[in-house]
Design a protein. Structure first.
Length: 202
């Protein structure tokens, strides 16, 4: 009898541990992820105003999701959160370089990101399908998606976009119509150079 009870308790303990790990691995409802879960694939630069920028490592692959927020806990190795401090949440405002990472196949950008920096996804030829720029993005830097020849779906530009840098989408193979939001005030040279798949007029 005691042996059977011990087996039952062991199974219940394993189930509880498994559920705990599963919950830790999922994002919060507001799009926040824990720094410990992403630091092997992302390079995160933390700023003093509780904002941060995310770049990529070559280990990033598959569908890359740029989160809206990053939660840092004591023990994560970030100087702004010391042992005994409560967790701190940083807002992601900028995407930096994932340049030439050919293992990324799709990209999801959370609402709240403001800037996609120069060369952020330059020559990421593994990217395929559609690309949606969220409404929060105001600036797409020069060569941000240049040479992403696998992007062969639709390009959707968010309603808050203001600037599209030079050669930002040069060489991409997007299809369908292209709609430039009314908020855009600057489109630099060759922003859509050799994007031959678009149809219709602007």
């Amino acid at each position: 009898m005691v042996a059977k009870l011990w087996k039952v308790l062991t199974v219940l303990l394993c189930v509880c541990v498994f559920i705990g790990f599963g919950a830790a691995a999922s994002a919060d409802d507001d799009g926040a992820v824990e720094y410990s879960q992403i630091k092997s694939d992302f390079s995160v630069t933390f700023f003093t105003d509780d904002c941060c920028a995310i770049g990529g490592r070559y280990s990033a692959s598959g569908n890359v999701v740029i989160p809206a927020r990053v939660i840092v806990k004591a023990g994560d190795g970030v100087s702004s959160v010391q042992p005994g401090d409560p967790p701190k949440t940083y807002t992601v405002t900028e995407i930096r370089s994932f340049q030439s990472n050919k293992n990324i196949t799709s990209l999801t950008i959370a609402e709240g990101i403001q800037t996609i920096s120069n060369g952020a996804f330059l020559n990421c030829t593994g990217l395929t399908g559609d690309l949606t720029i969220p409404n929060s993005v105001t600036s797409i830097g020069s060569q941000a998606f240049k040479g992403c020849t696998g992007l062969n779906g639709r390009l959707t530009l968010g309603s808050g976009l203001e600037t599209i840098g030079s050669s930002a989408f040069s060489g991409c193979k997007f299809t369908g119509t292209l709609t430039i939001p009314n908020t855009v005030t600057r489109i630099e040279n060759s922003a859509f150079y050799y994007c031959t798949g678009f149809t219709g007029g602007l």
